[in-house]
Design a protein around this ligand. Structure first.
Ligand SMILES: Nc1nc2c(ncn2[C@@H]2O[C@H](COP(=O)(O)OP(=O)(O)O)[C@@H](O)[C@H]2O)c(=O)[nH]1
Ligand SMILES: [Mg+2]
Length: 319
């Protein structure tokens, strides 16, 4: 199955609600009158786009004009176009992995259970398959099982690379060790081995736990001792099943360590995939580097605004 089709099938929960809402709205009068506009607004809200974005989209739809009698497909196609143009600025691939002097250091942050460790496994596999040497810092020393879980993923990623590249885990010296120390040791090792990428796994920092956010700040500070330009990216992993309630997380993490981009997980189970439109409407929207649709290595891929927009409203992907 192509990645575009994966996006379509992955977003089917959100599309079912939104698509049904559009169908019901169009069935009212087949005109873009007040009643239909209100029903369309509700349909958009059901996908968790948020009230301001729902209202803005309906007003855009009115401005754009749409031939009457309305059909389900004409409304969906018009909405998909408007959604695509709002999402397009978010679609930015992760920084290119070039032959740098020093390894590219990427800090992976997010609340507990958002999918950080799983995402690290998927990213490591992708890069190792391309022949890169990846080092993963097991800096989630908060829970004993976290290192073991990461090891399972790095082993899987290493196997998948078929020796084209490599994936090496740097565990903490002992349980409960200082996370910043683990990140430091990993970067030091990576510089020595001339590795290409360092991925730093971190503990599930509840944003209201200021000590854990301070830990993230400390990791950033400590890796700078080895490479002043590190971390080259700080990626916040967001669980899409939480929808718009992830927005305050973005702001809080950003204060601890400037977030440079997002990876959205669990879109296969989310009925709130429209929240990306709320993210796009934020004052300085962050890029979405990748989206995740499941629990295996190949379930992570690029964010494509057109495919995503069409999938949201329940239209098939255009390859
Ligand atoms: N369905 C689904 N489950 C996911 C996805 N990403 C992660 N998970 C699951 O979410 C749970 C938490 O993931 P984990 O990587 O441990 O989160 P962490 O606490 O942020 O490191 C695990 O059971 C994962 O298998 C995804 O894209 N889709
Ligand atoms: Mg984890």
């Amino acid at each position: 199955m192509s990645w575009f089709s994966r996006i379509t099938s992955g977003l089917k929960k959100t599309a079912a609600n939104l698509g049904q809402g559009v169908k019901a709205a169009v069935g009212l009068s087949k005109k873009l009158d007040a009643q239909t506009r209100e029903a369309l607004e509700e349909a958009l809200i059901s996908a968790d786009v948020g009230l301001p974005v729902a209202q803005a989209l309906i007003s855009d739809l009115q401005k754009k004009g749409i031939p009457e009698p309305l059909t389900e497909d004409s409304v969906k196609a018009a909405l998909a176009d408007l959604i695509e143009s709002r999402l397009q600025p978010l679609a930015q691939p992760l920084l290119p992995i070039t032959n740098n002097e020093s390894p590219i250091t990427i800090l992976i942050a997010g609340v507990n259970g958002s999918g950080k460790t799983t995402t690290i496994g998927k990213l490591a596999a992708q890069w190792a398959r391309q022949g890169h040497h990846v080092i993963v810092a097991a800096a989630d020393t908060f829970r004993a099982a976290a290192v073991e879980q990461l090891k399972v993923w790095t082993d899987r990623a290493a196997d998948a690379s078929k020796k084209k590249g490599s994936v090496t885990i740097i565990p903490p010296a002992k349980e409960g060790a200082d996370p910043a120390g683990v990140a430091f040791a990993a970067l030091e090792q990576a510089q020595k081995d001339k590795a290409d990428i360092v991925l730093i796994d971190t503990a599930g920092r509840l944003p209201n736990r200021s000590d854990l956010l301070a830990e993230l700040t400390k990791i950033t500070r400590v890796v700078k001792k080895l490479d002043a330009s590190a971390p080259h990216a700080t990626i916040l992993v967001l669980d899409s099943t939480l929808g718009q309630s992830t927005l305050p997380q973005v702001r809080q993490f950003h204060e601890a360590s400037p977030v440079t981009g997002l990876i959205i997980t669990k879109l296969d189970g989310s009925a709130k995939a429209g929240f990306l439109l709320a993210l796009a409407a934020e004052p300085n929207p962050l890029p979405v580097h990748a989206i995740g649709f499941g629990e295996s290595l190949d379930d992570l891929g690029p964010f494509n605004a057109k495919a995503y927009a069409r999938a949201l409203v329940g239209l098939p992907a255009e390859e």
